[in-house]
Design a protein around this ligand. Structure first.
Ligand code: AHR
Length: 358
């Protein structure tokens, strides 16, 4: 590969220069072993990140950058797609021209990848999909995927809400929900929205409206302001990430309303996803966010493990789902049973927060 050969050439040249500088062995010849030891091939990884919209995304980028370092034997070419699929497609085409060893793609949306992934496949470059999924006609267009089960995350939050509503004795038709969705067409939006819609159908809650907040605080606030102008009976806000939740909370409080779990007495409950930053957990501790389904962004070492197994000639699992928790400071709901499996709710305390965010 171009990059690899450059690395080798430079190392060999370095070896030869060392010969010229007299740092060599007998008769001005570099000992063969010295030259061989110096030949180290960095694995070149082209990473197309979809953007920088949230705390989760920043932590994910950081995890990739901290993993794919020269010290670890990698050269990382990082491209920020700025929320545009066209930018990500361009980045992948550039990686192909650069003859990188691996392409890692965090796709903004699920569809529209067939052509460019076929180009990568034709060039013989393995593609690892991370975080959101791709929806392609032929799964051999990518080597494997690692990320979260977004629908399960949605099921955790809605099951928590269901049990909480039963415990406080509120009728299903009195649960009036608005949904601030993530970026439309991305797997995290699709899965979390599906989790909510299925629960609405099952339990008979009142879903007032859904609008995209693009996983950002600013848009989350704008959307919540619109919802508050349109509906005067909202008592649950389903935010598809924490940044949207911060924005929604700001909008609710600016409108003179109270955020909290006492929805029988006029408070508006906010539920959310991610739990990446201390801020989100502190909101949860105060009851400003009633529960948070974790979405784990630390995929760098997971992608590294996949690359290592491919380098060793092994075939990694096609789909690798990360285990995740659910958090609430409220102790009403202790365990969730989803599809026959139990999930313990982690009851947040200041001590737990300190342990997680040292
Ligand atoms: O795809 C993961 C989602 O993308 C995170 O939950 C959200 O914060 C991010 O922007």
């Amino acid at each position: 590969m171009l990059k690899k050969s450059l690395a080798i050439m430079m190392t060999v040249m370095l070896g030869l220069m060392m010969v010229g500088c007299g740092s060599s062995g007998k008769d001005g010849q570099a000992p063969e072993s010295t030259v061989k030891e110096e030949i180290k091939e960095n694995i070149v990884v082209g990473f197309s990140q979809l953007g920088a919209e949230s705390d989760w995304r920043s932590a994910h980028t950081e995890s990739m950058k901290a993993t794919f370092t020269e010290e670890n034997g990698y050269e990382l070419i990082f491209e920020d797609g700025q929320q545009k699929q066209a930018n990500q497609i361009m980045a992948i085409r550039t990686f192909i021209q650069q003859e990188v060893d691996y392409i890692v793609l965090a796709p903004v949306t699920e569809t529209g990848w067939d052509t460019v992934l076929q180009e990568a496949k034709d060039a013989g470059i393995p593609v690892i999909i991370v975080d959101r999924m791709v929806d392609v006609s032929d799964e051999s267009l990518f080597t494997c995927w690692v990320g979260a089960d977004f629908e399960l995350e949605g099921q955790k939050v809605t099951e928590w809400l269901n049990q909480y509503a039963i415990a406080i004795n509120i009728a299903p038709e009195d649960i009036h929900i608005v949904n601030i969705q993530g970026t439309l067409g991305g797997s995290s939006q699709i899965g979390r929205t599906k989790g909510l819609r299925d629960a609405v159908e099952t339990y008979g809650w009142d879903l007032l409206a859904e609008m995209p907040g693009d996983f950002t605080r600013t848009k989350g606030k704008e959307v919540m302001e619109d919802f508050l102008n349109l509906y005067d009976n909202i008592n649950v806000v389903y935010c598809e990430n924490d940044n949207e939740a911060y924005g929604a909370i700001e909008a609710i409080e600016s409108a003179g309303k109270k955020v909290g779990l006492d929805i029988m007495n006029g408070e508006i409950m906010v539920v959310s996803f991610d739990g990446v930053k201390r801020d989100a957990m502190s909101y949860a501790l105060k009851g400003k966010i009633a529960c948070i389904a974790e979405c784990n962004p630390l995929h760098g070492p997971r992608v590294q493990a996949i690359i290592e197994s491919l380098e060793a000639g092994e075939q990694p699992e096609k789909f690798y789902f990360v285990d995740e928790e659910i958090f609430s400071a409220n102790e009403t709901v202790k365990t969730l049973n989803i599809n026959g499996k139990d999930y313990q709710v982690v009851h947040l305390t200041q001590e737990i927060i300190e342990q997680r965010y040292q």
